[in-house]
Design a protein around this ligand. Structure first.
Ligand code: CA
Length: 227
């Protein structure tokens, strides 16, 4: 599997050598030079975001906050010129996984990238499996036993919320917030069609209703009764 890395950095002198170097390592790398361009790209699946905090249009922290609303947010490696212990502790509290203080050498960056991706891979495989239901977060392939189907990115994001918390009732509101980052449904049944299709695909591979409605509270992923 090829890891996907998004570099968010406004300085081409820093971003371009990283992009070339990491691409040579076999990673799939893209570069966003502004915060807004980065946020537009975040609808795609990424394994790692390399994030410069000092962007011309948005503070890097707002991108971290945006990422944290996603159910399956990628590992975040922050590039920062601010190097005090307090600054670093504050980055970890905000949800960043690691940091590098500018200036850094490429070899150092590469070691941090490798370590983070090893860690995220371990988390991803446990989060994306429940009993024999398995989701590949990069290809959106859903498998159970010998059956398989392909989910849309939104269906995969919804399913990942359930796979991360099997047996727990998840409300429509949580799904809306987690997958779309919205507080209010823009129209009635905005998420209904995605849920309907996800349940249909899940029942195709499992031949039973593993994603169940809990009246007036939400939905739950669990073994159906008598199964
Ligand atoms: Ca910068």
């Amino acid at each position: 599997m090829t890891f996907k890395i998004l570099i968010v950095e406004d300085e081409a002198d820093i971003a371009e050598p990283m992009r070339v170097g990491l691409t040579d390592e076999g990673y799939s790398v893209e570069w966003a030079s502004t915060g807004r361009a980065a946020i537009q790209r975040l609808v795609d699946h990424w394994d790692l975001i390399i994030l410069d905090l000092m962007l011309p249009d948005l503070p890097g922290e707002s991108i971290v906050n945006y990422l944290k609303q996603q159910p399956d947010y990628p590992a975040i490696l922050v590039l920062t010129a601010r190097g005090s212990v307090q600054d670093k502790l504050s980055l970890f509290r905000q949800g960043c996984d690691d940091y590098l203080t500018k200036p850094f050498i490429y070899a150092e960056l590469l070691e941090h990238v490798r370590a983070l991706l090893r860690r995220s891979q371990r988390v991803n495989t446990t989060e994306c499996q429940y009993e024999d239901i398995q989701l590949d977060p990069s290809t959106f392939r859903l498998c159970a036993g010998t059956e398989q189907t392909i989910l849309t990115p939104k269906e995969a994001s919804i399913l990942r919320m359930f796979l991360a918390a099997p047996g727990r009732v998840i409300s429509r509101k949580e799904i809306l917030q987690g997958v779309w980052g919205l507080r209010e449904e823009p129209d009635t049944n905005f998420i209904g069609v995605h849920l309907f299709n996800l349940r249909k695909k899940l029942s195709e591979v499992k031949r039973d209703a593993w994603l169940q409605t809990v009246r007036s509270s939400g939905f739950v992923l669990c073994r159906p009764e008598g199964n």
